[in-house]
Each structure stands twice: as C-alpha cells, then as structure tokens.
Ligand binder design. Structure first.
Ligand code: IMP
Length: 183
C-alpha cells in the first residue's frame, strides 16, 4: 500500500520507503562490522517488527539465526499501558548467545526495557537493540539502544509494520496518523 492509497488518513509522510531502505543498509553495515566473527540471534518483536526484520536481516552479509517473541501492545489505543505480557515466547535457547532485539519503534521504552532484562536473565552473552524508529521525547525509562534508524517526533505514526487497530502495517512509508482516524 502506498501513501497515496490512504492520503486522507495521514497528516504528513514522515519517512519514505526510499529513506528506510537507505538507512537499513547503513544499519546492516554497522551490525556486520560489530558482530564480525559471531553469529547473533535476531529476536523480532511481533507483529510490528516483521518488516524491519525482513529487510534488515537480508541486508546483512553474515549468518544469523532468527526467532520471534510476541508481547502485549497497545490494542486499539494510542497510549502505552506499561504492562508487558509475553504472548509468544522464543523457541531458541538464548543462553550464551549474542542477542539482537529487532524492534519497529521505541515509544516509552517500557516494552524493550522489560525484554532486555528478561533475555539477560536467561543468560544471553549480550543483548543489544536495533529499532527502526524512536521517539526520544516519549522515553519513560533510560534505555541504551545501539542501532536506531530514525528519531521521530512524539506523534502516533503508522506504516512499515506499525499499525493502528491492526491497519496500515502494509503501508510502505511511515506517516503521522490524522486525528480524525482515532478520535
Ligand atoms: P513502548 O513500550 O511504549 O516503547 O511501545 C512500544 C510498542 O508500542 C511498539 O513496538 C509498537 O508496537 C507500539 N507503538 C508505539 N508507538 C507507536 C506508534 O506511533 N504507532 C504504532 N505503534 C506504536
């Protein structure tokens, strides 16, 4: 789906598919360098990180393993509840593995800080984060993120895996959702 297909629902196109593709190559090059000689386990956070995982993993030149977790998110609303629940757990053992969590967006950071502690608690050798988007003004907890695609304003955005009420995940660009859609 292109931005033109849902133009009335967006107040602004924030990041285009071309910008995402270019930034993905930069992040992948950095990850290839940092993990040289190792084989990290990429842990994608369902459902939003599907696009990031798909594009970022294929842009890498090294072997990786992939696994998925699903955690509770916003449901139909646009505000974080702060409550994190594991809906689907990993199938791999992360003990002594270099784990790279792949996320779509960091808003309050509550989901990620929970996941990082959880994976460290399982004995991972290292836990780092790659997130395509981050809202620095929304961060509620201190969070070190090694790989960030774009810092964006504190607005509710959709596209490239990010949904509102299940929709817009298949939008190629990322745009700010117009208030009339959710109010
Ligand atoms: P956090 O725990 O507040 O950082 O929220 C992280 C999760 O909330 C993300 O993985 C998304 O699923 C969802 N989320 C946060 N901000 C947005 C947004 O602007 N659009 C769509 N989903 C969002």
């Amino acid at each position: 789906m292109d931005s033109s297909d849902v133009a009335p629902d967006l107040t602004e196109i924030l990041v285009t598919q071309e910008q995402i593709a270019a930034r993905t190559l930069e992040l992948a090059a950095q990850i290839d360098t940092d993990y040289a000689g190792r084989e990290p386990l990429l842990v994608g956070v369902l459902n939003g990180a599907v696009m990031v995982m798909s594009d970022l993993s294929r842009a890498l030149h090294m072997h990786v393993r992939m696994d998925w977790m699903a955690v509770s998110s916003y449901g139909a609303g646009t505000k974080s509840s702060g409550v994190v629940r594991i809906l689907k757990d990993l199938t791999s053992d992360v003990h002594e593995r270099d784990v790279l969590i792949v996320e779509d967006i960091i808003d309050t950071g509550l989901t990620l800080s929970y996941l990082i502690e959880n994976l460290k608690g399982r004995g991972a050798a290292s836990v780092e984060v790659a997130a395509m988007f981050r809202k620095p003004d929304a961060l509620a907890v201190p969070l070190e993120v090694k790989y960030v695609g774009f810092d964006i304003p504190n607005q509710f955005v959709v596209g490239y895996g990010l949904d509102f009420d299940g929709r817009y995940r298949n939008l190629r660009d990322v745009g700010i959702l117009a208030p009339h859609v959710y109010s």
